[in-house]
Design a protein around this ligand. Structure first.
Ligand code: G4P
Length: 529
C-alpha cells in the first residue's frame, strides 16, 4: 500500500484542451491558471499580452531552433482539487505528440470558437478521444464577438460528430453582446463584469430569474426559451452519458475576458473523472494505492542545448512518487534513478519531491527512456501497454545526402523511431537503405531532419510522396493487388502493421471496385488503441 495515493488521486483532474489553432487554447489556459493557484508549470504555455505569469522560456529556446515541439503540463490547485492541464501543441507543430498526450489524460475540454464551430484539427483530436473513450466537455469561446447561434452550435455537435450537447449554461445576449449566462442547474443568471485587459478573474453578479427578467428583458427571455427548447429535445443532464462519451456538457464564455471560466473549472471538479486504476498488459488493474508506477508519454530531447539533455514526461498511474526513489524500467529491467526529477522547467525550474496518480513528472537525463515505457517501484513488476501509433498523413522517402554517412543515418533513424519522432516504414521494394518517414503533422519531418543533422551529422534529403489516403492492410496476400496500381503502395511499419497508401480516395475506390475482396480498414490508432 502506498500512503494515501488513492485519496490524493481522488482530488486530481487530469485533462487536455483540444482545439483548432486560434480557438483560444493559450488564452483559456492562462484564464484557468488565473482562477487558481499555480503550483508548477512544466512547459509551453505561451503568454498573451500582460498575462505572462505562466510563460516558460522554452518558447525562446524553440524559436532559436526554429521549431516548436514541446508538450508538458501545468499543475494548479483549485480549492481542494489539484488540476493537471496537459498541453497539446497546436498550430503548425501538430504532430503525434499531440495525440500521445491524450493517452495521459482522464478527460478533455473541447474548445470551439463561437464563430467557427467544429474545425478540422478539433475533429481529428476528437476522433482520438472517442476512440480512447475519453469524456469530453465543450467550452464555446469568444462569445464577446459576433458568432453563430447557440442552438446552431449545439446542433452541429449532434449532426457532425454524433455528440449531443447537454448545456450547463446558456448565453444571455447574442454572440457579440454578451452579458452573462443562465446557469441551467440553479436557474439564476450569472452576470459578468469586464476587467481591464482581462487581467483578473471577472467579477460575477448573481441575479434571480426575476431580477434577470427585469434587467435583461428580451435577452433573458430568449435565453430561457432556447434553453427550454434544448432541454425538451435532449432531456435532463446525464452525468453517465458524459462519462460514456455519448454526450457532452456545454458551457459558453469568453476566455479573454475570463467569462465563464469559473463555471468550467467547477464543472471539471464536479464532473470530470479522477484517475482510475490503469490496466496493465495482462489487463489487470493497477490499483491507485499500489506502489509507484508511471508510463512515459513524451520524450523531449535537446531542451537545454548546453547540456543536450533528454527529458521524459511520465504520467503517474499508482502510488506516491518520491524524488530519489529507485524505480525499474519494465522494458529493460534496469533500474532508473530519479534523483534529478523535475516538474518545472524554464524560468520556474524546481524539483519535484512527490507526485501522485494523475500528475506528470519530468525525468531529466532520461536517455534510457522511450515513449511508452513503464516505470515502477518494488515488486511485483508491472508493464502498461505501449502507446498507440496514429494514422500518419504525410510521407517522405529519406536518404542521406552523403552516402558515406549511411551508418550514422541508420543509427539516427533507429533512435528517432524509438523515440516516436516519426514513424518508419519500409518495403522490400524500396530496400532498407531508404526508409519512408511517416508523420501525423509535417513538422515532425523538420524535427527529424534537424536532429539527424544536429546529433548524427547526417544531412538528409526528403522526397515527399503523394499519398493522401491511408488504410491498414488486414490480409497481406492482397499486397500484390495494391501494388498492381500505379497510385498505391504497401509499406510496413516497425510495429509490423502493413499500411496501404493511395494517392487519394479515388484511387482506393477504383481498386475496390475491381477487387471487392480487398481487405483494408480505417486506422486511427494501433497498439493498445
Ligand atoms: P490558440 O492558443 O488556440 O491558438 O489561441 P490563442 O489563445 O492564441 O488565441 C487566438 C486569438 O483569439 C488571440 O488573438 C486571442 O486574443 C483571441 N481570443 C482568445 N479568446 C478570446 C475571447 O474570448 N474573445 C475574443 N474576442 N478573442 C479571444 P490574437 O489577435 O491572435 O492575439 P493577441 O494579439 O490578442 O494576443
Amino acid at each position: 500500500m502506498s500512503d494515501g495515493a488513492g485519496d490524493e488521486a481522488a482530488r486530481r483532474r487530469t485533462f487536455a484542451v483540444i482545439s483548432h489553432p486560434d480557438a483560444g487554447k493559450s488564452t483559456l489556459t492562462e484564464a484557468l491558471a488565473l482562477h487558481a493557484r499555480v503550483l508548477t508549470s512544466a512547459g509551453a504555455v505561451h503568454g498573451k499580452g500582460d498575462r505572462r505569469g505562466v510563460t516558460s522560456d522554452w518558447l525562446e529556446m524553440e524559436q532559436a531552433r526554429g521549431i516548436s515541439i514541446t508538450s508538458a503540463a501545468l499543475q494548479f490547485a483549485y480549492g481542494d482539487t489539484v488540476i493537471n492541464l496537459l498541453d497539446t501543441p497546436g498550430h503548425a507543430d501538430f504532430s503525434e505528440d499531440t495525440y500521445r498526450v491524450l493517452a495521459a489524460v482522464d478527460s478533455a475540454v473541447m474548445l470551439l470558437d463561437a464563430a467557427k464551430g467544429l474545425e478540422p484539427q478539433t475533429l481529428k483530436l476528437f476522433d482520438v478521444c472517442r476512440h480512447r473513450g475519453i469524456p469530453v466537455m465543450t467550452f464555446i469561446n469568444k462569445w464577446d464577438r459576433p458568432g453563430l447561434d447557440p442552438l446552431q452550435l449545439c446542433e452541429e455537435l449532434s449532426e457532425r460528430i454524433d455528440l449531443p450537447a447537454m448545456p450547463l449554461t446558456w448565453p444571455v445576449g447574442f454572440a457579440g453582446n454578451f452579458h452573462g449566462v443562465q446557469d441551467l442547474r440553479t436557474g439564476e443568471m450569472v452576470r459578468y463584469e469586464r476587467t481591464a485587459g482581462g487581467a483578473t478573474a471577472a467579477p460575477e453578479e448573481h441575479l434571480s430569474p426575476e431580477q434577470a427578467r427585469e434587467q435583461h428583458a428580451d435577452d433573458w427571455e430568449q435565453a430561457c426559451e432556447e434553453s427550454e427548447l434544448m432541454l425538451a429535445e435532449r432531456g435532463e443532464f446525464s452525468y453517465q452519458r458524459f462519462l460514456d462519451g455519448t454526450a457532452t456538457p456545454v458551457l459558453f464564455g469568453a476566455a479573454m475576458l475570463n467569462f465563464g471560466v469559473r463555471h468550467l473549472l467547477d464543472a471539471l471538479v464536479e464532473m470530470a473523472p479522477p484517475p482510475t486504476p490503469r490496466l496493465d498488459v495482462d489487463e489487470r488493474a493497477r490499483e491507485l494505492d499500489a506502489p509507484f508506477s508511471a508510463f512515459v508519454f513524451k520524450v523531449q530531447t535537446g531542451m537545454d542545448r548546453a547540456h543536450r539533455d533528454q527529458v521524459a514526461f511520465a504520467r503517474v498511474c499508482s502510488g506516491k512518487f518520491e524524488r530519489g526513489m529507485n524505480v525499474t524500467n519494465a522494458r529493460t529491467g534496469r533500474p532508473f534513478a530519479t534523483k534529478y526529477v523535475q516538474q518545472v522547467f524554464g524560468q520556474q525550474r524546481s524539483t519535484v519531491d512527490e507526485a501522485y496518480p494523475g500528475d506528470v513528472i519530468g525525468l531529466v537525463n532520461a536517455t534510457a527512456l522511450r515513449v511508452g515505457d513503464t516505470l515502477y517501484e518494488g515488486k511485483p513488476a508491472v508493464r502498461f501497454p505501449g502507446l498507440p501509433s496514429f494514422a500518419p498523413a504525410h510521407f517522405a522517402v529519406a536518404r542521406p545526402k552523403d552516402l558515406g554517412r549511411a551508418k550514422q543515418f541508420r543509427k539516427g533513424v533507429d533512435q528517432l523511431e524509438s523515440e516516436g519522432v516519426v514513424q518508419i516504414l519500409r518495403s522490400d521494394r524500396r530496400g532498407d537503405a531508404t526508409p519512408v518517414f511517416a508523420a501525423v503533422g509535417p513538422m515532425q519531418f523538420e524535427v527529424a531532419a534537424h536532429r539527424l543533422d544536429d546529433e548524427f551529422g547526417v544531412s538528409v534529403e526528403l522526397d515527399h510522396l503523394p499519398y493522401r489516403t491511408v488504410r491498414r492492410l488486414t490480409d497481406s496476400t492482397h499486397r500484390r493487388v495494391i501494388e498492381s496500381s500505379r497510385r498505391a503502395e504497401v509499406l510496413t511499419r516497425t510495429d509490423g502493421t502493413d499500411l496501404a497508401l493511395f494517392n487519394d480516395d479515388v484511387a482506393l475506390g477504383a481498386l475496390q471496385r475491381q477487387h471487392p475482396e480487398l481487405a483494408v480498414e480505417h486506422l486511427i490508432a494501433s497498439g493498445d488503441g
